[in-house]
Design a protein around this ligand. Structure first.
Ligand code: PLP
Length: 811
């Protein structure tokens, strides 16, 4: 295990500072101090890695986690924590007059992801390293991460997120490990030595240059790698001086078109657009990643026929599905294997996680576009499809409907989910309900065809970031009460359960919650100038803004409560502060209107003196990992109110639970498993059941107009959307009104309204009984260990990747 004493650390730091900045530390500014600490920590991790390389043999199975997104957030604090030197550094820096917390909050988030899917990948990296599993990330080094959200006059405005404008201390460019990725051109077929060969000609080459970020495990000295690829022109074709004018312009064009590939992350989530550049991005990082894995494997003398014994490749959603035909291409065209061997190796190496059942999110690419951009890959996908359809025909002769539903290519499109299922050995959903819906509904044809491929791995979150790091006071309370075994084995948090009626522990928990609420309220005061009452209930909904996540339902309930308070100023309610945050996809009109509506009701309510001691609404700008780390420890209520069946798992639900919030939830995604852990009395459930929702979708019978006509509360709040009550421009919220009425309320906001209001009344009553409330809170914390991503990764390692000898404890 890594150890350093305080004085050595201080010496190292001062030395590093001079090396980096060429002057003594006392002249420096905050950025320089941060950069020096970051580089020093990176050096420490690098040294550990080099030590490991000396002693390790390379026989352990390596896992490669391919993901288009990694939402890492900040790394300084979590690296210090995992190295086990945070306290020593804090003291040492203190003696130099530096506040470590301040340095940590100076770091810019690494925001290369949209939301849950990217954050999951980041939690998995932390857990793989902490469980001593050799598991590496592979993705894209976007020059611009997820946009920065500003709220101007109540509306979302997007600014480019130029996260690389300051030095990224964590990455190291590795030009000698670059790969060439080929786009366009043609494929010539030729018989060479009696074998039909496929020669890719006239293609546009793109240089893929890796940037590596080391990932350190928690106090175990394991070091893994996150490799992000950047697109650059192939250098010898880009020598300006040697071009004539016409060629010069062409060269500039080439340079720009190449760099566009890793320029920006597509800001969409559960909605998919068939953009050519996105397909380019997908093939770009997948091809570079697979080429580098195979060349490294061969360099260490691996036998390609046993690839799957040494290597597992996991694809996070369908975005990296081209890993399947790309691996086939290398095995066929470069390793000269037979189709049968190549297919056997590929389909025993690649596994796939499905993240959504929403039809609008399922990726499919127009065949014509695909063929032009990736001619050789197209041929391989075509062959996979033909062979698969033949198998289908043998089993389902004349069942044309079924065969065309399952085909990889149909109606002019390549369907990525179908390719991912056919070309992998494991398909998992991300929560029990989600996996059941995959098997029973969305992918039932495939489930009957390949029953053994399907399995569930309920998502998780790293308790190191989402408890130890973001809520140190709670973490210390746990250590004092039940010891620190749970740090290594998070399910041991359950030992806290027996303190559920301990008044002393409840008081301490209440105090910690209060302190976290004060910290959040100060942040809000400093950033938005709003004063909030830290004795009020902090009622929080933070996540991407999307119709299915139903921020609208939450807003309708607040509008209704406001109406009630105006009518009856003496209405006896516990004061509440409603806190929202979340980004809307820039092209998602309704979502952006929802942000406007939240801000409009905030302005109205926060300026109405009649309700000033009762309710307040805050929309926090630019939701991101580091902001979540401030909000979540301060929450009393966690709103997880998606339309049942729509949220595959959710992960913020787990973060809130682990920090002692009480969940108000529909029986959707992992909320069900949270309920199973804490039992019905310690969570507040409302809304339609799975069966009711599925019945509405299959049989119809839902009319939002009927509800509007029969419920005077709803009648009034919907009218208020379009009569100028919240906006001078009466038409401003027409889209939301239409969504709920004209288009019949696709996500059943009105149907669940009454049930939701009653659930919130229960919250009100429960919160008054502080002893009961904190008892519930303790139970939630105690039962949250199972949602550590260590448990999730342990299940992937055992059940999918077959990683032997990992040091993870059998649970
Ligand atoms: C956890 C997390 C998410 C996912 O939130 P859900 O409520 O599960 O959708 C999204 N964004 C950030 C920054 C997160 O930390």
């Amino acid at each position: 295990m890594f150890y350093i004493d305080k004085n050595t650390f201080k010496e190292d730091y001062l030395e590093k500072y001079i090396e980096l900045h060429g002057e003594e530390f006392k002249f420096g500014n905050m950025r320089q101090k941060y950069e020096a600490l970051g580089s020093l920590v990176r050096d420490y991790i690098t040294k550990i890695k080099i030590e490991n390389n000396k002693t390790n043999n390379h026989d352990n199975k390596q896992v490669y986690y391919f993901s288009m997104e990694f939402l890492l957030g900040r790394l300084l604090g979590s690296n210090l924590l995992n190295l086990g030197i945070r306290d020593i550094c804090k003291e040492g820096l203190n003696e130099l007059g530096i506040d470590l917390d301040e340095l940590e909050s100076f770091e810019q988030d690494q925001g290369l992801g949209n939301g849950g899917l990217g954050r999951l990948a980041a939690c998995f990296l932390d857990s793989m390293a902490s469980l001593n599993i050799p598991g590496h990330g592979c993705g894209i080094r976007y020059k611009y991460g997820f946009f920065e959200q500003k709220i101007i006059n109540g509306s979302q405005v997007e600014a480019p997120e130029n996260w690389l404008k300051c030095e990224n201390v964590w990455e190291i460019r590795k030009p000698s490990n670059s790969q060439i990725v080929r786009f366009g051109g043609e494929v010539r077929m030729e018989k060479i030595n009696g074998r039909l060969s496929f020669i890719h000609i006239n293609y546009d080459p793109v240089l893929a240059v890796p940037y590596d970020t080391l990932i350190i495990g928690h106090e175990n000295s394991a070091v893994n790698n996150l490799r992000l690829w950047s697109a650059e022109p192939v250098s010898n074709e880009f020598d300006f001086s040697s071009f004539s004018r016409g060629e010069y312009l062409k060269a500039i064009e080439y340079k720009n078109s190449v760099e566009a590939i890793s320029n920006v992350l597509y800001p969409d989530n559960t909605f998919y657009e068939g953009q050519m550049l996105r397909l380019k991005q997908q093939y770009f990082f997948v091809s570079a990643g697979i080429q580098s894995i195979i060349s490294n494997f061969k360099k260490h003398g691996g036998d390609i026929f046993n690839l799957n014994e040494s290597i597992a490749i996991h694809i996070n959603d369908t975005h990296p599905t081209l890993a399947i035909p790309e691996l086939m291409r290398i095995l066929l065209d470069e390793e000269l294997l037979s189709w049968e061997d190549a297919w056997r190796i590929t389909t025993s190496t690649i596994s796939y996680t499905n993240h959504t059942i929403m039809a609008e999110a399922l990726e499919k690419w127009p065949i014509e576009m695909f063929k032009k951009l990736l001619p050789r890959i197209y041929m391989i996908v075509n062959e996979i499809n033909e062979r698969f359809c033949k198998d289908l025909w043998d089993k389902y002769t004349y069942q044309w409907d079924k065969i065309s539903r399952m085909a990889i290519m149909a109606d002019g499109y390549i369907r990525m989910a179908n390719l991912a299922i056919v070309g992998s050995y494991s398909v998992n959903g991300v929560a029990k309900l989600h996996t059941e819906i995959l098997k029973k509904q969305v992918m039932s044809d495939f489930y009957y065809f390949y029953p053994n491929k399907f399995n569930n791995k309920t998502n998780g979150i790293t308790h190191r970031r989402w408890l130890i790091k973001c809520n140190p006071q709670l973490s210390n309370l746990l250590k004092e009460t039940i010891g620190d075994g749970w740090v290594k084995h998070p399910t041991d948090m359950e030992y806290l359960y027996k303190f559920k009626d301990d008044e002393n522990i409840k008081d301490r928990l209440a105090l910690i919650k209060k302190n976290n609420k004060i910290a959040l309220s100060e942040f809000i005061k400093n950033n938005q100038g709003i004063n909030i009452d830290t004795n009020s209930i902090f009622d929080v909904q933070v996540k991407r803004i999307h119709a299915y996540k139903r921020q609208v339902l939450n807003v309708l309930r607040i509008m209704n409560l406001y109406n009630q308070l105006i009518e009856n100023p003496n209405l006896d309610i516990e004061p509440r502060t409603f806190i929202f945050a979340g980004k809307a996809a820039p092209g998602y009109y309704l979502a952006k209107k929802i942000i406007e509506l939240i801000n409009a009701i905030a302005t109205k309510i926060n300026n109405d003196r009649r309700v000033k001691d009762k309710i307040k609404v805050v929309f926090m700008e630019n939701y991101r990992t580091s902001l979540a780390e401030i909000i979540i420890p301060a929450a009393d209520i966690s709103e997880q109110i998606s339309t049942t069946t729509k949220e595959a798992s959710g992960t913020s639900n787990m973060k809130f639970m682990m920090n002692g919030a009480i969940t108000v939830a529909t029986l959707d995604g992992a909320n069900i498993e949270i309920k199973d852990q804490v039992s019905e009395e310690n969570i507040i459930i409302f809304g339609l059941t799975e069966k009711e929702v599925l019945d509405y979708y299959s049989k119809g019978g839902y009319s939002s107009y009927d509800i509007y006509n029969n419920d005077i509360r709803i009648n009034r709040i919907l009218n208020d959307l379009v009569n100028g009550a919240y906006c001078n421009d009466k038409e401003n919220f027409r889209a939301i009104y239409n969504h709920l009425l004209t288009y019949n309320d696709e996500f059943f906001d009105l149907r669940d309204f009454d049930s939701f209001v009653k659930a919130q009344d229960r919250v009100d009553k429960l919160y008054r009984d502080k002893s009961k409330w904190y008892s519930m809170s303790i139970i939630n914390i105690a039962k949250s260990g199972i949602f550590s991503s260590d448990r999730t990764i342990y299940e992937y390692a055992k059940g999918i990747w077959d990683v032997p000898n990992s040091s993870c404890k059998d649970k």
